[in-house]
Write a protein that binds this ligand. Structure first.
Ligand code: AGP
Length: 364
């Protein structure tokens, strides 16, 4: 991939479409079918050390933090290690307890974000083991960490992150699978996840083929006063990221909430001018999510669902292909990148250089 626009009008559009190849690249050469695991050359964490990890803490900012939320869920699900994510910008200022049995992961596209770098430096000063999940090879965070996983998304020019977000989520799936197979993830589950990962590039291409439909939906929702994004567990980080994407590139105000939290306050905002984007994977929480759609409908809210099948309570559904449930957040975010893009286009925004933002925030 190059800096050439390759026939696209914006880098954002180009980078959304590059995801098919980018995901193929992050997988390439890493899958080991013989042992149903993956090899991560630069990780620098041997099997004994990996078995000694009692907790995982993921640190990053903005979209990188959101991929950390996905990563923490994958690590808990596949490796059964307690894991959570926190904005690096908060972590570094709150004098955190640094635990020798915790594996710290710093996530960054640029590898130069000052808050994330400062969190890494603080952790190292206190003797922690910090690995990187980074896109730019040889960047400051890549150099400061003890090892890690490169994301191989290729150069990302648009200020708004798309392909790097997706590739980082896939890199976390690889890391979770690797840690899981060293601990107690079965061969069968390892095989199942590997098969799911291999399906991703073609399934991303399938989602992208639905772009015209998403463009029409964007035109329909572009004049919203505000947009609400909701999801439960695996759907929640997708909702967070989609809300950030829309804000950054279209300047439409958006909020993201766990669907379960709506009734604790934000439901008061629901009205026809405040539509909801609901992320509803076909997992064990589908019925709960459908009940949330009913609550929104009862308040005259419009609903755009992202789901694995048509949702009758929703005004519109974007149907995405099914994969393994653990990998749902990876695919479900992609149509919402297109929704943000086409909303911004409909509103005439400067897509590659949104106001007030820089590609990497290298100052405090
Ligand atoms: C993403 O669309 C953003 N522009 C922003 O949130 C970004 O993810 C954040 O600043 C972190 O950047 P990094 O990944 O380069 O560290």
């Amino acid at each position: 991939e190059s800096y050439d626009m390759g026939g696209h009008d914006t880098y954002m559009h180009k980078e959304i479409h590059e995801q098919v190849d980018a995901v193929d690249r992050v997988l390439r050469g890493r899958i080991d079918d013989r042992f149903s695991t993956v090899h991560l050359g630069g990780l620098n964490l041997d099997a004994r050390e990996a078995r000694g990890v009692r907790r995982v803490k993921i640190l990053g900012c903005g979209s990188a933090y959101h991929t950390g939320l996905i990563g923490a869920q994958l690590i808990e699900e596949l490796a059964r290690i307690p894991a959570d994510a926190e904005p690096a910008s908060e972590f570094r200022y709150r004098n955190p307890v640094v635990d020798p049995d915790t594996l710290y992961l710093a996530v960054s596209q640029s590898g130069e974000t000052y808050d994330t770098l400062a969190a890494v430096q603080e952790l190292k000063r206190k003797g922690a083991r910090v690995l990187g999940v980074v896109n730019v090879v040889g960047s400051a965070i890549a150099r400061e960490t003890d090892g890690g996983v490169y994301v191989h998304a290729g150069p990302e020019v648009c200020v708004v992150s798309t392909k790097c977000f997706t590739n980082t989520a896939v890199a976390f799936a690889l890391l979770a699978l690797h840690l899981g197979r060293i601990r107690d993830l079965s061969v069968a589950d390892g095989k199942r996840i590997i098969a799911g990962l291999r399906k991703l590039p073609e399934q991303i291409a399938e989602v992208l083929r639905g772009e015209e439909e998403i463009k029409k939906l964007a035109a329909e929702y572009a004049n919203a006063k505000s947009m609400m994004f909701v999801g439960r567990v695996r759907g929640y980080p997708v909702a967070r990221e989609a809300s950030l994407k829309l804000k950054e590139v279209s300047y439409v105000h958006a909020e993201a909430y766990p669907a379960s939290e709506l009734k604790h306050g934000p439901l008061a905002l629901i009205e026809p001018e405040v539509p909801t984007v609901a992320v509803l994977p076909d997992d064990d929480l589908l019925e709960k999510n459908r009940a949330t759609l009913e609550e929104i409908k009862a308040r005259s809210g419009r609903i755009l669902a992202v789901a694995h099948r048509e949702q009758e309570k929703a005004d519109h559904t974007i149907v995405v292909p099914r994969n393994e449930v653990e990998l749902d957040p990876i695919l479900m975010g992609i149509p919402l990148q297109l929704l943000a893009y086409h909303t911004a286009l409909a509103l005439g925004r400067d897509i590659d250089k949104p106001r007030n933002l820089a590609k990497s925030v290298t100052v405090e």
